[in-house]
Structures are given as C-alpha cells and as structure tokens.
Design a protein around this ligand. Structure first.
Ligand code: FE2
Length: 368
C-alpha cells in the first residue's frame, strides 16, 4: 500500500523562481577545462572561459534608456555588399532560417552590416558557417556587434575576464547539470527571447560556437511574426494595444540560489504584446514564458489564460520553427525582436558546449 510522505520543501521547488525555467550554468573545474589530457581535451578558446569578475560585490549601475538607430533601414534590399559572388544562401525552412557560406562577417563594410541587419530581420535567424570570429581578439568581435547597438551586459552570467559584454553559454566537459535538470523535468525546452525585461531589449544578436558537441545541443528558433500572422483578424484585434510585464527578478533569484553573482539589480519593463519591426514593418508577438509575467489590466485568470494560449501557439507551431545545428566556426545571427528560441540539452555524454553571445540592444518596443 502506498503511503504518503511529507517532503519539506518538495524537491521540485528549488527556490522561488516562479515561471523562470532554469538550465543553470555556473561553477566549473577550470583546471579540467584547461587540461589537454582530460577525457574531452581542453577548451579550444580558454580566453572565453567564464569568470564572475564582480565577486568583490560591485553592483553595476542600472541601464538607462537610449535611442536606437536601426541600420536595417539603410540596407540595399538586393544585398550586394553581403551576398557577393561565391556566397551561397539556402533557406532552412520555408518560413524561417537560412544558412550562408562563403563570406566572413568580420570583413563586412558598413553597407554589408546594414544588409546583414535587414537579411536577419527578414529570415529571422541566419547561420554563417566557417567564420573567424572566435579566433579574433575579443575586442574585435565586440566591435562587430557594437555597430548594431549598445552592447548589453548580462546581469548574472559569467563572461571572459575583462569583457563583461560577452555573455557565455558554457556547459563544461563532464558537466552533469543537464541530466540533473531532467530528473525533475520531462524536457529541456524553454522558449524565450533574450532579456526582454530590459527597456531596450536586444535586436540583431550574435551567438558564435567555441566548442560544440558533435551531435546535440542544437538551438530552436520560432518566427514570432508568422505566429502573429497565423492568428485570426478578430484575435489580432483583441491583442492590439495590450501590454505585458516582463520580469528579470526570477533570473536574479535563480542566480543567487545557486550561489552565483548578480552584477546589476533586477528590473521589469512593460512592453506591447505585439511589436512592430522598424526595418520590415512586420508585426510580431512579443511575449515569452521565461520573462513575461502578466497582461496589464487583466485579472490573473484572464492573463494566465491568454498567455498560456500564446505560449502553446508558439511552442506547438513546428511549421514556423527552425532547428539550427552548430558546427565549429558557426556564427548564428538572429533578430531577437521577432523570434523566440530555446537551447536543447539533449546530449548526455559530457561533451563540452561553449558558445559566446554578443547582444546589441535595440529600440524600446512599439506597436504601430
Ligand atoms: Fe537565449
């Protein structure tokens, strides 16, 4: 006969991080990451191993709002400076994603960068293969990102020593936290757009591979403009003018719960539920289950009902999603304003996954 046992606190409530689904990154064995003789060898880019350089307790000042200049508006829509002779571009799916070979992002002139912003706004996510970004001095990689907007410094993540503008996704060799996470969850999918709690959330955003598993650890992207377009005119009309609260508090609490550092006090922002892209004029859903908390002016049940529908719509619409496979040398550029994404922790043999993000902030979201 089954008997009940009181568990206090229940094992599935690790700290009060509410709706924030955490696949934690944190402390790692630095010596093993540098050890050529270790089971998975040494990290290929040790200059990109994370440090938490605010261990002295320094708290960064709050971010201030700024006017974003959208370079995608200046682009030649035939992309002559970006897609030159010898460059190949192939769509990943009919509705989202492309793969480009034959150019170096680090060599683009300003006209090419404008075209990059527009191409990424149109395709939503573009994987560039065989790039040299990871081997350049970190400052040079940051210079590329800086063209597209003020570089965001993440409030909780580790960064390469001296470069807090680089956000690191680092699952060290032999890290088992992904498996531990799956002890209490059925899957690792966590749809989100990055740091939408900021007043100026990111726009054209860069992720570049340092070390990636041979198979596994792909990233899913969903086209939030298509997700909006799929809704009926009557439903779209109901969403018009709605605003939602996006919160960074739970992410900060999650960092504190694992004994990590918070370099800037958490914030929340109110954004429109539907935003308009400044270069393409497209409207896109702008809610995500990681950071959006409630619809302003709705009662709790109403807000939860509407957001659950929108989250399910985004998650279930595999026909507007792309799955991007990483390779050494891959740089993935996506438009965080019109997409959501999810990492996948689907490999369990301890291979290292080490990826760097440069995160230019964009305009305060508006619906027009
Ligand atoms: Fe992300």
């Amino acid at each position: 006969m089954a008997t009940s046992t009181q568990v206090n606190p229940p094992p599935f409530q690790k700290g009060s991080v509410g709706a924030y689904k955490e696949l934690a990154y944190g402390k790692y064995d630095k010596e093993r990451e540098l050890d050529l003789a270790a089971k998975f060898g040494a990290a290929s880019y040790p200059n990109y191993l994370p440090v938490w350089d605010n261990e002295n307790g320094e708290v960064y000042k709050p971010l201030t709002p700024f006017e974003h200049y959208e370079h995608g508006k200046d682009a030649d829509p035939t992309f002559p400076n970006l897609l030159k002779d010898g460059t190949t571009i192939e769509d990943i799916t009919a509705s989202i994603g492309a793969e480009v070979k034959g150019i170096q992002l680090s060599q683009l002139n300003d006209a090419g960068k404008d075209e990059l912003a527009l191409l990424v706004a149109q395709k939503k996510v573009v994987a560039f293969r065989d790039q040299d970004l990871a081997s350049l001095p970190i400052e040079k990689a940051l210079d590329l990102g800086r063209y597209f907007g003020r570089l965001h410094i993440h409030p909780t993540s580790g960064a390469p020593a001296g470069y807090p503008e680089v956000h690191l996704v680092h699952r060290a060799a032999e890290d088992k936290s992904g498996l531990e996470f799956l002890n209490s969850r059925t899957n690792s999918v966590a749809w989100h757009s990055d740091v939408t709690y900021e007043q100026n959330p990111p726009g054209t955003t860069f992720l570049y591979a340092l070390d990636v598993p041979k198979a596994g650890g792909d990233t899913l992207f969903v086209n939030q403009a298509k997700a909006y377009e799929r809704l009926s005119p009557a439903f779209r009309e109901r969403l018009a003018g709605l605003q939602a609260v996006h919160s960074g508090y739970e992410q900060a609490t999650a960092a504190q719960n694992r004994g990590s550092f918070v370099r800037r006090n958490p914030v929340s922002s109110i954004h429109p539920v539907v935003r308009t892209h400044p270069a393409t004029g497209e409207k896109a859903l702008f809610v995500n289950p990681q950071f959006t908390r409630y619809i302003v002016g709705f009662k709790q049940e109403e807000s939860e009902y509407l957001l659950k529908f929108l989250y399910d719509h985004i998650a279930l619409s595999a026909d507007i999603q792309a799955r991007v496979r990483w390779q050494p040398g891959t740089v993935v550029v996506w438009d965080n304003r019109v997409t959501a994404h999810s990492a996948l922790v689907d490999w369990d043999d301890g291979q290292r996954r080490h990826i760097a993000r440069i995160t230019p902030q964009a305009e305060r979201p508006t619906e027009s």
